[in-house]
Design a protein. Sequence first.
Lengths: 391, 248
Amino acid sequence: MSFLQCFLLAIKGISTSKMRAFLTMLGIIIGVASVIVITGLGNGMQNYMTDMFEGMGTRTLNINLTGRGSNRTISVDRMYEIAEENKEVISYISPKVTVQGQVRCLNENMRTSVTGVGEDYLLINSWEILSGRFIQYFDIAERKKVCVVGSYYASNDVFGTSPVGQTLKINGEAYTIVGIIEEIADSTQNSTDDMVLIPYSNAVKFSRNATISSYVASASSDESVTQARVAIENELYKVFLNDDLYSVISMTEILDTMNEMMDIVVGILAGIAGISLLVGGIGIMNIMLVSVTERTREIGIRKALGAKQRDIKSQFIIEAGTTSALGGVIGIAFGMLVASMIGPVFDITALPKIDSILLAFSISVGVGVLFGFLPANKAAKLNPIDALRNE
Amino acid sequence: MIRFEHISKIYQVGDDEIRAADDVSFNISKGEFVAIVGQSGSGKSTCMNIIGCLDVPTLGSYYLNGTDVSTMNDNKLAEIRNKTLGFIFQQYNLIPKLTVAENVEMPLLYGGYSNQERRAAALESLRRVGLEHKANSFPPQLSGGQQQRVSIARALVSNPSVILADEPTGALDSRTGREVLEFLQELNSEGNTIVLITHDNSIARKAHRIIRLFDGKIIYDGPADSDQAVVNPDIPHGEHIKKEENNI
Ligand SMILES: Nc1ncnc2c1ncn2[C@@H]1O[C@H](COP(=O)(O)OP(=O)(O)O)[C@@H](O)[C@H]1O
Ligand SMILES: [Mg+2]
């Protein structure tokens, strides 16, 4: 008897007793559904983190110099030299000085935070200029009172549509707007677009201790991120002689580490949920054993009419496999439904990857086949004379 | 066609040895209509199981169509049953969840025939028993007589060399029982070899030849119309016939 015929027979068997088939599948449905929910949430979480980190730039390195309790410092020029000496792995570097201060446009107080940056800051973040120009080397060298603003300033009512050329005040000092950066987020207040960038040489003057403790750098490629980090760390160590006094953090590396951790956590949870698949398999075996007993006469008839052991065996194994595969499909659908309802609670789109769906499906088929073996063997070994005798 | 050579079937029950068949030898040729009769416990089912390749003898050889099947394994026997034997059971033994046509098709399913071949042969077989209009019904929807005719159709579908009928009228009222017997006679007249198992002498007499068993041994093997054919060793002659005639 062909596989297709066995399969059709199994479908027939399932459809003639739907309630029982459903109860048989229940364990598998619950097991698969919980695996799908867990991997779905895990995947949603990872996607969310990836999006977040990609917004910060995957090649970006954040350098923080605390230098606390030590009189060692490193100059801006030395930092630029380090980048230059490692130019095959480090493309750009820029100081990043947060200014404590008030932005005032015409007569309006803004809540925008001001950051002092270098001329490569735009490239490090892969941003584009919407109009005007970015801060340039001579602005920094000559401490020009110029600034570049985010697209929020092109969309609010303060400057109308063309802020370039107009003036705003930072802590009372007048700065001329020389450029606008294209929209990065949604041009609203407090978004990334709500920013004012000035030459870092000016920003340092606003800060109390006049030192620069933050830099951003970008690696030349996604692959050289780690090399770039190590290169910078080595140079910083030579200066600070204590790796507690500085930190170089790569967003990609953090993301990778978090994803790895997430994979482990999801794997463990899915594994625990997967145990219920085992329980589901035992449920299938149980019902199949009952079914073999109930169908003793049918088996006897089939054998008397010429069914071989392997025909009976494959009939029951395929029936078990089909039952649990169906349970798997229902479980996948149910799990995706539940995941899509839970997702929004955590502000993520909880959708499992296609390979975890396929894996859940094949495991459920496998479980059915595995646990169908014992009942199928029992059925195949039945003696047709005994099977036909009893009434 | 069927040759039993000193067939014995011995069951060991505790310390006792039960000879369900005891040195049974006979030949059945193509086209014969033979009834195997005997009281309950005389060994009819044992012989029928061996003839039907559902069981193998403890001693002796069984030749079916010239090949020794008494030493074959399970799978080989299944193949022989499928290709050369047609079964008609007392309890019809139809599968209630399958349609009439699907029941009739079943031997062909295990014979490896295609869907269309099976369907065509099943309908043809059902036509022979006059039930083609019931092809898509389910067995429990049919009367006992109709169900037995379906099981006859199933026995015929694979064109077997031997049709084995085990108490085919046992569960039927006398009129439908007679119809079934007439149908078996008709099949025999078309050239089919038929082995009928019954405890009922009057039914056995519809066959051409009677093999009577008693305690696992053959005590009569000859024409069905001989007086001796219906003599039961432990019941006086006349009384016995009267009793059996009341049954039908
Ligand atoms: N599996 C078995 N185990 C032990 N004894 C059996 C078995 N099958 C049949 N017998 C015995 O063999 C004898 C013949 O049985 P059977 O062939 O069924 O007779 P019949 O069909 O003529 O009633 C009986 O005494 C029965 O008890
Ligand atoms: Mg019997």
